[in-house]
Ligand binder design. Sequence first.
Ligand SMILES: [Mn+2]
Length: 411
Amino acid sequence: MIRILHTADVHLDAPLRSLALRDEGLRAQVEAATRGALTRLVDTALSESVDAVLIAGDLFDGRERSARTAAFLLAELDRLRVAGIRVFYIKGNHDADNPVTGMLDLPDNVHLFGARGGKVDLAEGVWIHGVGFEQRHVPESLLSRFPDPVPGAVNIAMLHTSLAGAPGHDNYAPCRVSELAGMGFDYWALGHVHKREVHATDPWIVMPGCPQGRDIGEAGAKSATLLTIEDSRITVTQVPTALVEFAQTALDISQADSDDALRAALRAHLDAVRAGLDAPTGVLRVTLTGTPPRYWQILRDRDVWQETVVELAAVAGDMWIDRLVFHLSPPEARRDTPGASEELRRTMDEIAGESGFRAAARAEVAAVLEDLPPALRARLAPDDTAVEALTDGLAQTGAAQVLARLKGAEG
Ligand SMILES: [Mn+2]
């Protein structure tokens, strides 16, 4: 029996980003999270007594050029060497960018596949093939550089690739899943895309995902993929890797008819989220949904609830709040009640649709956008339609906040 641990996109020492990092206690913990994930992975390799570890590119983060990063990596690779575990490594676009990778004196248990490609006999008729990046931009397919699979053996191929790509993203060693499937290999050990995906099971085509998410956009449990090869058959399981897990959750609070009830609902929600986390630390973005009877008071007291959720998350155990999002609707009964604030709501609704108001508001938004760095501006409002949507959204939020204060005071 042969066991192999497959990972990619470690992005060693890449910074994690979250609004929760305002908290110094958390900042200290997550600073070393990408390192911690690699350590956890090596721990697993040792405890599972694997025969090899595959790193399918982007071991480094392009911007990280510290010699300390390299020293940390070499120490982890050496733990594997001492245990007799071999490491197969191909460079990805971020590694090719990083001068540290070129100067590394890798321990002798590590095999680096270059851009010309090659194959190595692991053991008992199991071969590892790989083609690596030599420069950051690889716009062409690398498939023709793979040596033929060895007949009668189990053949594993390592490739860093964006596959067929996604609109708006650069192509890296592009290729199609159907092309990979037709090349005669038994397992494709891919890297590059940070979200795990098993594209096929016969042959296996596996994007393991990054072992440690870096922001709320990389939410969810992170893992490495553990292969077991027995009688030429490959089975696959996941082993958790992340030290910090980002999570996006939603809670319907329509039934919460008092502050105590809302508190209890939040506590139960956070306890359930905590129980479902693989990682020792969680960073959450919680969205409140539904039509709570106390809608206006809740909106008025957003800051109070934000603080409450932060406290409850800490009580639930090693969880921090990235953001508390209010995605609530006013209950129907209240909406029909006439009153001064209700009248104001109708008036603001009408004004929001008038062309004069819209033009003035758009001009205000455009002026603010001009003061932003170009990259941020392009992200917030890439075109006129987006500026319009942004303006409408801000007007709605503003009106809702004014009403929340009035209604909160009334109620
Ligand atoms: Mn990459």
